[in-house]
Design a protein around this ligand. Sequence first.
Ligand SMILES: Cc1cc2nc3c(=O)[nH]c(=O)nc-3n(C[C@H](O)[C@H](O)[C@H](O)COP(=O)(O)OP(=O)(O)OC[C@H]3O[C@@H](n4cnc5c(N)ncnc54)[C@H](O)[C@@H]3O)c2cc1C
Ligand SMILES: *[C@@H]1O[C@H](CO)[C@@H](O)[C@H](O)[C@H]1NC(C)=O
Ligand SMILES: *[C@@H]1O[C@H](CO)[C@@H](O)[C@H](O)[C@H]1NC(C)=O
Ligand SMILES: *[C@@H]1O[C@H](CO)[C@@H](O)[C@H](O)[C@H]1NC(C)=O
Ligand SMILES: *[C@@H]1O[C@H](CO)[C@@H](O)[C@H](O)[C@H]1NC(C)=O
Ligand SMILES: *[C@@H]1O[C@H](CO)[C@@H](O)[C@H](O)[C@H]1NC(C)=O
Length: 533
Amino acid sequence: MKSLQLSMLLLSLVLAALLSFSMGALPHEDFLQCLSLRSNDSSTISSVIYTRNNPSYSTVLESTIRNLRFNSTNTPKPLVIVTPSRTSHFQATIYCSRKHGLQIRTRSGGHDYEGLSYVAKVPFVVVDLVNFRSVDVDVENRVAWVQAGAILGEVYYRIAEKSRTLSFAGGVFHSIGVGGFISGGGFGLLFRKYGTGGDNVIDAQFIDVNGRILDRKSMGEDLFWAIRGGGGGSFGIVLAWKLKLVPVPATVTVFSVSRTLEQNATQLILRWQEIAHQLPDEMNPDVSMFSVNSTQDGRKTIIASFSSLFLGTIDELLPIMQQRFPELGLSRQDCSEMSWIESILYFNQLQNQPLEILLNRTFRNPVGGQYYKIKSDYVKEPISETALNGLFSRLSDEEASSAIIIFMAYGGIMDRIPEDATPFPHRAGNLYKIYYNVNWQEQDNVNSQKYIDWSRRVYNYMTPFVSKSPREAYANYRDLDIGSNNVGITSYTQASVWGRKYFKNNFDRLVQVKTKIDPENFFKHEQSIPPLH
Ligand SMILES: Cc1cc2nc3c(=O)[nH]c(=O)nc-3n(C[C@H](O)[C@H](O)[C@H](O)COP(=O)(O)OP(=O)(O)OC[C@H]3O[C@@H](n4cnc5c(N)ncnc54)[C@H](O)[C@@H]3O)c2cc1C
Ligand SMILES: *[C@@H]1O[C@H](CO)[C@@H](O)[C@H](O)[C@H]1NC(C)=O
Ligand SMILES: *[C@@H]1O[C@H](CO)[C@@H](O)[C@H](O)[C@H]1NC(C)=O
Ligand SMILES: *[C@@H]1O[C@H](CO)[C@@H](O)[C@H](O)[C@H]1NC(C)=O
Ligand SMILES: *[C@@H]1O[C@H](CO)[C@@H](O)[C@H](O)[C@H]1NC(C)=O
Ligand SMILES: *[C@@H]1O[C@H](CO)[C@@H](O)[C@H](O)[C@H]1NC(C)=O
């Protein structure tokens, strides 16, 4: 009896193994065969395909896993990675993935905070744009064609090579991919002066679910509107953007001033809330808060670090700050003058490094641990001292020892660009955005959970003090806690939960565009825009 049971058990194990083998392997073999048949240059496509038994598979996959939460052995991995070097490779990959029921995840710089560009719970293929990263700068016409796989550092460097008084309204961190950055809106040092990344795009090259290569003219204004902020991974694959370059002065100023609670940080933050959004467009004031052990008595305190770029000289900045924010006591010693491109190094904590470091795609996490959870909020009314104290007390929790919370001032041109100019809706009426970042050093599921729980507790705590109906969130700070679908079952009602937080009333237009360009919902992920049926 026992041995019969045992052999039945063995048999079912063998069967299960066989089944999973054939189920896993067969479509994937067919897919590879399809790729080589479909591609009219099969010799070059084979050199950009990485299956799991390719010795470079892990290196390629891990090359831009920025959040190590998604580098664990139980993170689902793609069956195949394709790193197209020609447009025909994209076309073949889209065609064959559709034919064989595989999902595509597109990856440019890999910074997605929830790893959606390289993690999926269904059989999938990663299309990585690492070989699509040329940057062509035309100083005379103040434009640049940039392939989506370029990182912001490459864009800034190539512009600076030709002109120190032009730039792009991009993000701070040099390793972010322009593909995902602009797809989700994109804000940075210049956004109060010139708007989001998406506001500064004037044409694009795009490939749709049928493999058609479209530009602004052939895609039409609706789709061109949608891809400049409606979130990556919903409509198709952006191959390149044509960026508008914007003027920056030859000399800019940066400053950073830190105060502890004992040095009146609380009063300064309360004051900052009232005035930061009214400071000149030439600034991007923010205040970062984190806890430290006091050097005096070892007890915890909070440091608030007030910092900004200023598009001008120290002599121009000081009187402005003296007049508008005298309480901060900004002095000449707190400020440094430099070129615009050097300010990028400064804010990446790469001061005194050669500019070439901006070309280096190797990631350096600017804050804390390599495992993290991010959330965002928008604030329309100044929060009270009591509310702020509650936030500080949570920042003093053990789980928050390397957490950082940043208030980033709105105002400037954001107040003057209409909410529906692009899908990015967070414009007039916002005092500032809150960025919550909890991070930690070691991977351990029990440990990770306690940090994630901390971020949820803080987010709950902040509910009464931030935007409501919807509680707005920034699409590029992806957070699956605010709602997500189990890939495949995307209902409009379900998607509108997170869709309205990210896009407010622009969500409906995004759904219309999606319904037209990808009615069968091939390009999808946990927070993608659904088509209407
Ligand atoms: C350290 C760090 C700092 C950051 N700083 C800022 C900042 O200063 N300002 C800011 O606005 N944001 C910032 N972010 C957020 C960042 O802008 C977003 O994560 C952005 O989506 C990253 O783009 P990516 O190409 O690097 O990411 P990816 O992970 O490659 O892509 C993000 C999303 O876009 C999709 N996608 C990628 N490429 C394409 C494409 N070519 N066509 C269509 N869809 C595509 C992906 O499938 C995924 O859904 C930061 C993130 C990190 C990790
Ligand atoms: C390869 O395919 C592309 C796109 O389908 C086409 O434009 C190109 O002319 C083809 N090249 C050859 C050599 O057949
Ligand atoms: C990611 O995981 C792999 C496999 O466990 C490991 O070899 C690699 O070092 C990890 N990457 C980083 C940056 O820790
Ligand atoms: C803090 O504020 C109080 C009252 O406004 C003031 O008396 C004190 O000097 C300030 N302390 C510092 C360190 O600025
Ligand atoms: C701060 O103090 C706590 C407890 O007193 C200690 O566990 C922790 O290591 C200290 N942190 C630093 C950065 O010194
Ligand atoms: C990029 O930076 C990393 C980390 O600092 C370094 O190890 C690597 O050599 C650099 N690569 C290039 C091409 O400079």
